[in-house]
Design a protein around this ligand. Sequence first.
Ligand code: NAG
Ligand code: NAG
Ligand code: NAG
Length: 700
Amino acid sequence: MAAAAVAVLAAVLLLARGGSAAAAANEFVLAGFARDNVTASGVAAVASSGLLRLTNETNEVLGHAFYPEPLRFKDASTGAPLSFSTTFVAAIVPRYPDAHGHGIAFALAPSPTVPGAVAGKYLGLFNTSDSAGQGRSGVVAVELDTAKDEEFKDINDNHVGIDVHSLWSVNSTAAGYTDAGTGKFAGVSLVSGDSLQVWIEYDGANMRMEVTVVSPAGKPRPAVPLVSYTVNISSAVADDTYVGFSAANGAASSSHYVLGWSFRLGGGRAPDLDLSKLPSLPSSRSKKTMPQLLVVTLLLVVVLVLLLLSAAAAALVIRRRRFAEEEEDWETEYGPHRISYRDLYAATKGFRDVIGKGGFGCVYHGVLRRRGAEVAVKKVSHDSRQGLREFVSEIASMSRLRHRNLVQLLGYCRRRGELILVYDYMANGSLDKHLFDADSDNKTTALSWEQRGKIVRDVAAGLLYLHEGWEQVVVHRDIKAANVLLDADMNAKLSDFGLARLYDHGSNPQTTHVIGTIGYLAPEMSKTGKATTSTDVFAFGAFLLEVACGRRPMERDGSLDSPGLADLVLECWKAGRIKDARDPKIGKCDEADLELVLKLGLLCSHPDPRCRPSMRQVVQILEGAAAVPETPPKDLGNNNGLFYGYSESFDEFPTMFPATSEATTVTMTQPSSSHSTGGQQQHDHRLSSDAFSPHQITEA
Ligand SMILES: *[C@@H]1O[C@H](CO)[C@@H](O)[C@H](O)[C@H]1NC(C)=O
Ligand SMILES: *[C@@H]1O[C@H](CO)[C@@H](O)[C@H](O)[C@H]1NC(C)=O
Ligand SMILES: *[C@@H]1O[C@H](CO)[C@@H](O)[C@H](O)[C@H]1NC(C)=O
């Protein structure tokens, strides 16, 4: 009795010295710790906040914190076990959610340093020799074990067990509690980082130890204990037993904390802990903010990645749209003639180098990378889907047309509302520049007759090929100086054959349009609206006169009444001095040849298509294999005094002859349908004369 009294007195003295609450002689309440409240060993330490940290985030460490004075759990006289009651709030904060240290234990031990005990699965209370032999006498513990050790027959890695002399728990249960309100069992995660409140009641009368756990702390105390075991504590522990806590880390680590502790020995319950007075878990806060920071960072990264991805996707879509083409099934057979828009875009450096501008769009210079060839790329806007198919088939077949006097069509590309044609590049541009601009710009010198003679023969050869040299007759429809291009060696090539058909096909069937250029249109065109080889010959005649005379078939400033070029040449012929009609810029020359070309030009321009020579005859005449008549045929130009009879045929369309009519390609309605369309014949400004001349070089 005296010994017990001394022990209790010692406890009272100690508690009074520590300044902590001590309501009765055999109890203490530690709402937070002071440095001399406990004897710490290992890495255990008391923080200034009052938080007892048994371990920190270090592997393979242990920490002990025991009440400094030994207590006696045995009735001094009878040796019967004394009851005790305790409750504490602890927390296990793992360094990583999926890798954590071992558990924490409430322990009764013969020494506050537990000599020889090791960390890891031994929880700082035992060592290997203990587990191999009879165990360590004097040690009784309640473990909150967070690791499953097969050696100790642990049931899982989250259990509460009662250990008597060994880690081989005498009884254990998965952590949890029976909810006081609902009566249902709720699991508790020991390593959640949340606070845990544990109650341990030992009744000395029936030697029953009962353990109860809830989490987080503050929940009502469950009525049903989680684990219990009957043990004679007075024989199980030493006479001088230290009470406290032990925790350990192994290959992974947690921080083990005790926030508050209340203990009573000798009957009756330990005082409740006022949870509001307990120190908070600084590390738990940082544990929570760390992941939060991580989550925020991760979110930011994810958002950034998503943004980048969507930007990349958008760029891809834009790129795809930029290079989008239209292609339909029927085009596959023309596959070889298709050139991808991407290639054209690259070839023209993004369609920058404009070398010509027409009513339909621009012509660009480019270099096809694959072939290394210089090309002229013509963009033709075309909204109508109708007729396009035929046109593309025509293009495809035309790219099979090969003649040294035809500008080679290399391929095409089709996009929405846009047709892109790719031709050989002609370094010297269009002929009309050389014919008419030789004065105005100093760079171009007037063409000699030798050059002109060669040019007309080149063009004649090209046109003959179109008319007769191929499996089907191809009508050019728009022969004129502007559509004759000159390569680097001044070889003449016909360009844009058949292109006018595109606008034929696409037109409203009620208004059949005639495409061509005023001054080159055969008179019967205004009646039939049909282009034939004969209308091509007529235009070729006008072209011959144009080349020989250096004048356009209809002068720009000429009024309707003024005679056309053909009339002037015819006058000269009738007067027997046809050579006077020639271009004064031609100096000395082969006059016989000049005369031949002028006469042939007039013959080709015969108002009656039946009287015009064929292109084969034209070529024969130019080669000297056939002769031209000495005097003009009687009916030539014998039409109202005017050569073409324009005034008659075109009287209905005076508006179609503006001052610049020569340079205008017209779209007009057939006279037969002109009434139904109420004179809506349009002077289509889009169709300017150079609309089809891609290869003109802007000589800047
Ligand atoms: C843990 O505590 C020990 C001893 O107090 C110390 O040396 C070590 O740096 C601490 N580790 C961490 C991660 O705080
Ligand atoms: C275990 O602890 C005891 C002291 O209680 C000591 O004598 C023994 O050497 C220790 N065994 C090991 C393997 O550390
Ligand atoms: C408990 O152990 C003590 C000491 O060994 C003994 O005196 C006492 O009789 C035991 N009590 C019971 C009920 O076995």
